[in-house]
Write a protein that binds this ligand. Structure first.
Ligand code: F6P
Length: 320
């Protein structure tokens, strides 16, 4: 029987993490289970930095971005000795199960702890939408809203000045944030890890848009970690009829009040995590598939390929 659940947020923060912490806390307390918040991800687990959560500790958190527990990345958590120290800290505090909210690295930590006897459930918290086993991650929708708002603004000025705006968005190695932004904003071009990148082809396309199509402006959405967007913007100015300007949206994408979609997702997933732990299940991650909340073993999810976006790329091409 579970008496005390720990909850932590790990990796890059994402809007909606607080809604997930709140759901875990409230659902657990309503079932007579105590909840312990762990500060700064696995770092707090290692340092024993814990705080008991009450109904009121999670009040007014639904609308707040970031994570009230703090987050961190702890690469050393892969080491068995560190994991054993964390297990000892959990046992000493009477925590017999854990909810880990984060990305795939956090899931691996959750699996390792489950194998060592502490049931853990993973919730997908990241703006990148790069976790297998779920259609959407907590925070993706809010980040998408932020990107769309920014690109809509850039479009105004870029159209006034006959410019090409090259907008770099986050996503780590996943193109979802770029692709969804590009479709939602009617961009002229999208470049992601999935599309690949050919600089000459990009310049050629922009020349065509400026000279043949006589476009007043062009928006190029590009995923991070592909190329130096400032250098690309210079080449656009030198080689096409547009004047190029680069904008890196950066960490602004990680902040802000979560959208209702993210609040709902986080609340539903948090509830599911507690239900699984009450059933004595660990080593699983929660997802949303076809709008149903589901769960599957973490190792199965991590072994799955990411979602195929061919149809959305085709849609993008057909909308140009
Ligand atoms: O995983 C979320 C994310 O924002 C990625 O999109 C990005 O590559 C990375 O984190 C940035 O990490 P940091 O905040 O450590 O610079």
């Amino acid at each position: 029987m579970v008496r005390k659940i720990g909850v932590l947020t790990s990796g890059g923060d994402s809007p909606g993490m607080n809604a997930a912490i709140r759901a875990v806390t409230r659902v657990a307390l309503n079932n007579g289970i105590e909840v312990c918040g762990i500060h700064d991800g696995y770092r707090g687990l290692l340092d024993g930095s814990f705080e008991m959560l009450t109904r009121t500790s999670v009040s007014d958190s639904l609308s707040r971005g970031g994570t009230l527990l703090g987050s961190a990345r702890l690469p050393e958590f892969r080491e068995e000795e560190i994991q054993n120290k964390c297990i000892a800290n959990l046992k000493q505090s009477g925590i017999d199960a854990l909810v880990v909210i984060g990305g795939d690295g956090s899931y691996r930590g959750a699996l390792a702890l489950t194998k060592k006897g502490i049931n853990c459930i993973g919730l997908p918290g990241t703006i990148d939408n790069d976790i297998p086993g779920t259609d959407f991650t907590i925070g993706f929708d809010t980040a998408l809203h932020t990107c769309v708002e920014c690109v809509d603004k850039l479009r105004d000025t870029s159209s006034s000045h006959h410019r090409c705006s090259i907008v770099e968005v986050m996503g780590n190695h996943c193109g979802d944030l770029a692709l969804y932004t590009a479709i939602s904003c009617g961009a002229e071009m999208v470049i992601t890890p999935e599309t690949g990148y050919d600089e000459l082809e990009v310049l050629e396309k922009l020349r065509y848009l400026a000279d043949a199509v006589r476009k007043k402006h062009a928006i190029v959405i590009i995923s991070e970690k592909i190329t130096d967007v400032d250098a690309l913007a210079k080449k656009v100015s030198q080689n096409t009829g547009f004047s190029g300007r680069a904008t890196v949206l950066g960490h602004i994408q990680r902040g802000g009040s979560p959208t209702p979609t993210d609040r709902m997702l986080a609340s539903r997933m948090g509830e599911k995590a507690v239900d699984l732990l009450m059933e004595g299940i660990g080593g699983q991650c929660v997802g949303i598939i076809d709008n149903e909340i589901t769960s599957m073993p973490i190792d199965e999810a991590l072994g799955r390929p990411r979602q195929n976006r061919k149809r959305l790329y085709r849609l993008f091409d057909r909308l140009i």
